[in-house]
Design a protein around this ligand. Structure first.
Ligand SMILES: Cc1cc2nc3c(=O)[nH]c(=O)nc-3n(C[C@H](O)[C@H](O)[C@H](O)COP(=O)(O)O)c2cc1C
Length: 437
């Protein structure tokens, strides 16, 4: 059996699946049941400093995007950090940690960007026995207008400064949670590293308006006829999150910096993709909010079965395995050639591949052959773009087939370069030529 035990910056948990800081982790009642269901750890809903209570809206706080089958694809929220009293949260965290010593309990914190505020809250959190802290530099709404959350996460100098204070005033490991609402995510990651962070976690939610009511002309969710931008999460954000994780994992300046991967993780496969792109563990929010705590059981068995089938014994065997294969465009092998192929037995003759190819690509798929409706790829026109595979409603009906080295590419009339595997040093590779010059 694959060993799923996780050691993330010294924080141990029985598996790499943590619940992200959000409503699923906002009280002992939830966290206790999450641990019973099997979650390896939780990041408690973000704590603020003791003071006037945080007040949430009293109307709808979520907007959404659905697939045609009404499956939730993207969730938008305008919720703030915890609106429960600081000391109630701290008391519950301490009790939960005592009840579940083998699970990871991380305190997420967001206080004003002043040294005294961080200095004051850190010992209170440390006293709960929490395993670490996560700095919430990501919340894109409500708190950022007050100079916290994403307002800090968008300024690398502030990130570095706050991380430094935290490293100075606590012995707990520091995880810096990054906002995706920034042009180049490597900059805040580098700043966090310069400040001495033990790890980064990403992504927090993405600025968004999910829909507008065309009767009232108000963005949704609407509060008395008005809406504000919210934070977008769920399956729709996974590609953005994966790219940002990979960007940090392969950046020479942050290479080796532990990453907790977050964003749209719904299945074991999503989680495995984050791990192989460099995440040391993963955090989940929307999937738990959509399907409940027990979803972790599919994640645990799925990951474990896949690792067993592939002979991977521990998480160390898979973490970061895909990172060397993430490349800048100019290093892609232009001698590699693939063509689409339609499985005639699986084809339902809907014609979507033909329309897509005919109207927007390379006119490489037939519609009629000898007067009969028939969809077939014309190899001498196909550039291998893959659009037909993506618009086809039947899974695996259209596949991409590689032309073996030495064979004839009927589109260009050229023989596929027998040496194309050696692309990095190939003379036709502009980057290789540059390197040689
Ligand atoms: C309703 C809601 C509240 C959230 N509150 C917090 C929060 O208090 N602190 C925080 O760091 N992230 C918060 N998040 C962001 C999540 O922790 C997570 O980064 C984000 O949802 C992406 O993960 P997902 O796609 O699995 O949901 C919240 C998300 C949602 C949906």
């Amino acid at each position: 059996m694959a060993d799923l035990r996780n050691n993330f910056v010294g924080i141990k948990s029985p598996n790499p699946f943590w619940l992200a800081s959000a409503p699923p982790t906002d009280k002992a009642y939830n966290v206790e049941r999450a641990f019973k269901a099997g979650w390896g750890g939780v990041v408690w809903k973000t704590l603020g400093e003791q003071g006037p209570p945080v007040v949430n809206v009293n109307g709808p706080r979520y907007g959404a995007i659905w697939g045609a089958d009404r499956r939730l694809l993207g969730l938008n929220n305008i919720e703030l950090i915890t609106d429960r009293d600081l000391y109630t949260n701290l008391r519950e965290m301490k009790q939960v940690k005592m009840n579940w010593p083998d699970r990871a309990l991380i305190a997420s914190i967001m206080v004003p960007c002043e040294e005294e505020s961080w200095k004051a809250i850190l010992p209170l959190v440390e006293e709960t026995g929490a395993d670490g802290i996560e700095l919430n530099f990501g919340c894109p709404h409500g708190m950022s207008e007050r100079g916290m959350g994403a307002a800090v996460g968008q300024v690398p100098e502030y990130i570095e400064m706050v991380v430094r204070w935290c490293k100075q005033y606590t012995r707990m490991p520091v995880i810096t949670k990054l906002t995706p609402n920034i042009t180049d995510v490597r900059k805040p990651a580098r700043a966090a590293k310069s400040g001495g962070t033990d790890a980064v976690s990403l992504i927090n939610t993405i600025n968004s308006i999910t829909s507008v009511n065309l009767d009232t002309f108000a963005p949704e969710p609407s509060i008395d006829g008005r809406g504000s931008h919210g934070g977008y999460c769920g399956p729709a954000v996974k590609p953005i999150a994966l790219n940002m994780v990979a960007e940090i994992a392969r950046d020479p300046e942050t290479y080796g910096l532990p990453i907790s991967g977050i964003g749209g993780i719904t299945t074991w496969r999503d989680a495995a993709e984050f791990l192989v792109l460099g995440a040391g563990n993963v955090q989940v929010c929307t999937a738990a909010m959509t399907y409940g705590f027990k979803i972790v059981q599919e994640m645990i068995t799925g990951l474990s079965d896949w690792m067993d089938a592939k002979g991977h014994r521990s998480l160390d065997d898979i973490t970061g395995r895909a990172v060397p294969n993430v490349s800048d465009w100019q290093y892609l092998n232009l001698n590699y050639i693939a063509k689409a192929k339609i499985d005639q037995d699986a084809c339902i003759k809907c014609g979507r591949c033909h329309i897509a190819c005919e109207d927007t690509s390379h006119q490489a798929i037939t519609q009629f052959v000898d007067g009969v409706r028939h969809f077939e790829v014309m190899e001498d026109e196909c550039v291998g773009c893959n659009l037909c595979v993506n618009v086809c409603p039947v899974e695996n009906c259209i596949t991409m087939e590689e032309l073996p080295p030495g064979s004839l590419d009927r589109r260009t009339g050229k023989i596929v370069d027998p040496n194309y595997a050696n692309w990095t040093t190939h003379p036709n590779n502009p980057m290789a030529v540059q390197a040689a010059e």
